[in-house]
Design a protein around this ligand. Structure first.
Ligand code: DKA
Length: 136
């Protein structure tokens, strides 16, 4: 099984604008999101994972244990209830939006291979695919 920990740099992205639009992200933030080529660093300390996503204009970090719900503030500022589980070599990240604010649920899948992290971001029937190369 490929390891999950490591450092990854985004090399391509499809449909991210549609994904952000469906989540209600405004035009200015979408422009920044579309221009970003994030670096993602995943570390593990005991049974706690940390995932740090760095772009030139914003850095976010989440810490989580598999299967345990936590509160996450997304890069675009939504506060969601997240749960991350492991399915083989895939991290399955479910984000539940604030229903009082009519926010949608979304799902982020990250599949790990020896040299890539293959990401799918899903909301409604929209699928965005992002390919990351493993640096470490
Ligand atoms: C990903 O991990 C998706 C999140 C990237 C955040 C980039 C900044 C978005 C600002 C709306 O690839």
């Amino acid at each position: 099984m490929a390891k999950i920990e490591g450092k990854f740099k985004m090399e391509s992205s499809e449909n991210f604008d549609e994904f952000m639009k469906a989540l209600g992200v405004g035009l200015v933030m979408r422009k920044m999101g579309n221009a970003a080529t994030p670096t993602v660093e995943i570390t593990k300390d005991g049974d706690t994972y940390a995932m740090k996503t760095t772009t030139t204009f914003k850095t976010t970090e989440i810490k989580f244990k598999l299967g345990e719900e936590f509160e996450e503030t997304t890069a675009d500022g939504r506060v969601v209830k997240s749960t991350i589980t492991l399915d083989g070599n895939k991290l399955v990240h479910k984000q539940v939006g604030d229903k009082e604010k009519k926010e949608k649920d979304s799902e982020l899948l990250r599949e790990f291979t020896d040299d890539k992290m293959l990401m799918e971001c899903k909301v409604d029937d929209i699928v965005c695919k992002r390919v990351y190369s493993r640096l470490e």
